[in-house]
Design a protein around this ligand. Structure first.
Ligand code: UDP
Ligand code: MG
Length: 315
């Protein structure tokens, strides 16, 4: 087989309804390039017929390759596995639910030919999302942009094209709590963006409930910023300053004969306030500590049940 030029990597979690359409659209687009390509599907422990459909697609079209996880490891890890296994000179990450239009890949390839090594897709508009998702996403991207040291472009998801060099660089980053779009910015290289309108999901529900979104946001923040840790220090200084001012205020009040500030309630409020500040600070340290523990354990990032279509290097 001729060496593969393009690897299209799509993580799939309960995407039985979208898979056949994804394959059809990718095929339509990629055949226009006239070069060899593969579609790398990762089954992230789906409970529906996703695995079965992948096998069927592979039988029908041998350019469909797949990795079947032993359980659900999460979107970012699924993408990581896809990058580990992908064989192409160019890797494109795309969601399986067709929210990212495959047609844009041609535009990305165009940019790659001009010499860009990372081409990310910027969401100009999002269709069919709740106001809550729109608002939290907007806030999230802006927060990340502000508090991290890496320049992560606003309103970009994981939909992006990467040159082989970039993929190899990211493969060396072994962190378990991954934020892929931050990592692609961190490695540098020549980057550019193309704009698109994010579509509605082709079928099914979002696989990112609030709980997963929060964990994702925490991974992004802790992975690329120490600000929360420093926040504890700032809070400490602020409360210490306030209490010093409080002492002065009380002395003045006492000297002028006032009986203010001497109730039980004041004491209780102060104790609860300080307790709250301390617990929050502990929690922040805990977040980092837990992540350090995960890294130290050095477990494999994912467990593969079956990987088909990747030649000898990956059995
Ligand atoms: N996904 C995954 N594992 C998960 C959750 C999601 O592989 O635990 C995949 C999902 O199948 C989809 C992509 O990640 O291809 C993005 O997820 P989704 O569309 O649900 O997120 P949203 O677009 O709503 O942010
Ligand atoms: Mg989606």
């Amino acid at each position: 087989m001729a060496s593969i030029r393009y690897s299209i990597v799509a993580p799939c979690y309960n995407e039985e309804q979208s898979l056949p359409e994804l394959h059809r659209r990718i095929k339509e687009v990629m055949d226009q390039t006239g070069e060899a390509w593969e579609l790398v599907l990762i089954n992230d422990g789906s409970a529906d017929r996703t695995a079965e459909l992948m096998r069927q697609l592979h039988t029908a079209d041998e350019r469909v390759h797949y990795i079947d996880f032993a359980r659900n490891f999460g979107h970012q890890i699924a993408v990581t596995a896809g990058m580990d296994y992908a064989q192409g000179d160019v890797v494109v990450l795309i969601d399986a639910d067709l929210q990212d239009p495959p047609e844009l890949i041609l535009e990305m390839i165009e940019k790659w030919r001009e010499g860009y090594q990372v081409v990310y897709a910027i969401r100009r508009e999002r269709k069919g999302e709740s106001w809550f998702k729109l608002f939290t996403a907007k806030a999230f991207y802006r927060l990340i942009y502000r508090i991290t040291d890496v320049e992560i472009p606003l309103d970009t998801g994981d939909f992006r094209l990467m040159d082989r060099k970039v993929v190899e660089a990211i493969k060396q980053m072994k962190e378990r709590h991954r934020f892929i779009r931050g990592m692609t910015s961190w490695v540098g290289f020549k980057q550019t963006g193309v704009q698109y309108v994010r579509q509605e999901r082709f079928a099914g529900e979002t696989k990112y409930p609030l709980r997963k979104m929060l964990r994702f946001a925490m991974n992004a923040i802790t992975g690329f910023s120490y600000l929360p840790l420093q926040l504890a220090t700032y809070l400490g200084f602020i409360t210490a300053g306030l209490s010093a001012a409080g002492v002065v205020a009380v002395v003045i009040a006492r000297l002028s004969g006032s009986q203010a500030f001497f109730g039980q309630a004041t004491t209780l409020i102060m104790v609860l306030f300080l307790g709250g500040v301390q617990l929050i600070s502990l929690g922040i340290i805990g977040e980092y500590l837990g992540r350090i523990y995960d890294e130290v354990k050095g477990r494999p990032m994912y467990i593969v049940n079956e990987a088909v279509g990747f030649g000898e290097s990956h059995k």
